[in-house]
Design a protein around this ligand. Structure first.
Ligand SMILES: [Zn+2]
Length: 386
């Protein structure tokens, strides 16, 4: 057999994989191209259940079949489609979520990355990620972040391996939404701020080890690139042009941030960011927007941070359009009581907020968040962009 003859299972999603495999084997096929429909290949199960991929392999093996490809056309279609009600019928509820256009597209893009990670895991093969937006560092990361159907973050876990190649066409990124590019800067901004906090606390990085000098240098470079070139890059992306600043910031958003956070560690900025999706008012935000506000909150929590450094970071966020106030988040006038849910999660055992060289309490997190909003409002007034 020089070339396997396979059947794509998408058109047969009403049949169980077992039933279809039996039929395909009878028809003489060598294997199946599994569609992410029905029970043929369920991405969420592949990601969460260690035995799931082997169970699919076992069903195929029972009928003398193999798998060489996994397809996720329906979710893939939602990455660039203009989203309307018809998509609800073809998308998993976790991707459809609230049905808001760009958020559906973002979740669909993330699901495609996760599908590739699951497929690589299933087959033990190399993986290439090719992001079309630079809205976070997931294309480089070994991690998948889990959200429920309401958009609440329910946790994150590693696949134990990173993509073998991260392939980015910066012209494609520059043609994409500016909002997504800016969100990527917010995610990347957390990398140094959080790695430095972890380093001071001698906290473990995401791989369970100590950060190396190389990891800290990468995290710092990520920060320096953003601060030096972020505003220029945003202006260029607004015009859909690729300048040296765009090239540098894309590398920071996708590569440096991914390497830096996994190898350096994360702390309060991401912990707060992961809590914000539980507020319905924040559902319009991307992960990186939430990290951007989390960074300011973390800076307001840490007495080692100088006012000049804090102000410079807030001013940068204002310049590129990241959220720096409750109003920017959609939470104008939010009561302290509602913020308590964030404080309590941040102060709970096992929280990323343990990665600081000082104790973090629920009250101190709430105070820092309120201080961040006040600081953001003040710096916006000074920048005259209210
Ligand atoms: Zn992140």
């Amino acid at each position: 057999m020089s070339r396997p003859i396979t059947l794509f299972t998408g058109q047969w999603a009403d049949l169980s994989l077992d039933a279809l495999a039996e039929m395909a084997a009878g028809w003489g096929y060598d294997g199946l191209e599994l569609g992410c429909w029905g029970d043929h290949f369920e991405v969420d199960k592949a990601l969460s259940d260690d035995g799931y991929c082997q169970s699919r392999q076992d069903i195929l093996a029972k009928h003398g079949l193999k798998v060489w490809a996994i397809s996720n056309h329906l979710v893939g279609q939602a990455v660039c489609d203009v989203i309307d009600e018809r998509h609800k019928a073809i998308l998993p509820p976790r991707v459809w979520g609230d049905g808001k256009g760009e958020k559906v597209q973002e979740r669909a893009a993330q699901e495609m990355i996760d599908t590739a990670k699951a497929a690589a895991h299933q087959a033990g093969i190399k993986m290439v990620t090719c992001p079309t937006i630079a809205s976070n560092d997931s294309p480089t990361s070994s991690f998948t972040v889990w959200y429920d159907e309401e958009g609440n973050c329910t946790g994150f876990e590693s696949w134990g391996r990173n993509p073998d190649l991260v392939l980015v066409d910066t012209q494609v990124i520059a043609e994409g939404p500016v909002e997504a590019f800016v969100a990527g800067m917010g995610d990347a901004l957390g990398t140094w701020v959080e790695a430095e906090a972890c380093h001071k606390a001698r906290a473990m990085n995401l791989a369970g080890g100590a950060a190396t000098m190389a990891a800290m240098a990468i995290a710092r470079l990520c920060y320096d690139v953003l601060m030096a070139h972020g505003a220029d890059a945003k202006r260029a992306v607004e015009k859909h042009v690729v300048t040296p600043a765009v090239e540098k910031v894309v590398e920071a958003n996708v590569l440096l941030s991914g390497l830096g956070f996994e190898s350096g560690g994360v702390a309060t900025a991401h912990m707060i960011a992961n809590c914000l999706p539980s507020f319905p008012e924040c559902h319009h935000l991307m992960h990186g927007h939430e990290v951007g506000f989390g960074v300011i909150s973390q800076l307001c929590l840490d007495e080692d941070v100088s006012a000049a450094e804090r102000n410079a970071i807030v001013d940068f966020e204002i310049a590129v359009g990241l959220p720096v106030t409750f109003a920017d988040l959609g939470l104008e006038g939010v009561a302290r009581d509602r913020l308590k849910t964030i404080g309590d999660i941040c102060a709970s055992e096992g929280s990323l907020c343990e990665n600081h060289p000082f104790e973090v309490t629920s009250a101190s997190v709430i105070d820092a968040i309120i201080a961040a909003d006040a600081l953001g409002r003040e710096r916006k007034k000074l920048a005259d962009v209210c």
